[in-house]
Design a protein around this ligand. Structure first.
Ligand SMILES: [Zn+2]
Length: 166
């Protein structure tokens, strides 16, 4: 990409080339380039400012963001998850999405392209839940095993009783 100065020189050259009859001194040409260059500089500054303004407006806008204010990957922290719509931090998103944004987790995933494997909750929260589920599962299995043992023992007793009676 051409620099602004190069652009200014080119523009002045083309301008002069299109009016070959007019005699322009070097000084005059330089003055034109300088003037154009200054104008281009102003223009490019304006563009940057507009860009910055749009950026900060996006950050502050809050409600109707099409783009998340942070990359979705960074929204899932160890002990909290950040809502990509309003930027609030919490342990789990599902309930908040429904209450605050009338959005289902599925819609949220679609909107921000979040993988199905990614739980909509803080890492520790989902890990705790998983561990709790495992512990609960173990407990249930243990209880079942005990119950089965008891049943088979009782069955055995019963059988013995039945056998003895026979
Ligand atoms: Zn939110």
């Amino acid at each position: 990409m051409a620099t602004l100065l190069e652009m200014a020189v080119e523009m002045v050259k083309t301008r002069l080339a299109s009016t070959p009859s007019s005699k322009v001194s070097n000084e005059e040409m330089m003055a034109q380039i300088r003037e154009l260059y200054a104008q281009l500089l102003e223009l490019s500054k304006g563009e940057e400012e507009v860009g910055n303004r749009a950026g900060s407006a996006n950050m502050l806008g809050g409600e109707v963001l099409a783009e998340p204010s942070i990359p979705p990957k960074k929204a899932f922290k160890k002990d909290k998850v950040i809502c990509l719509i309003c930027g609030k931090e919490m342990k789990t998103l599902s309930r908040h999405l429904k209450a605050a944004h009338e959005m289902s987790p599925k819609e949220y995933r679609q909107k921000f392209g979040i993988d199905k494997k990614q739980p909509l909750a803080a890492k520790t929260y989902s890990e705790n839940r998983r561990q709790m589920a495992i512990v609960r599962g173990l407990g249930e299995n243990l209880a079942k095993a005990r119950a089965n043992k008891r049943k088979s023992r009782e069955k055995g007793k019963l059988e013995k009783v039945v056998n003895n009676e026979e």
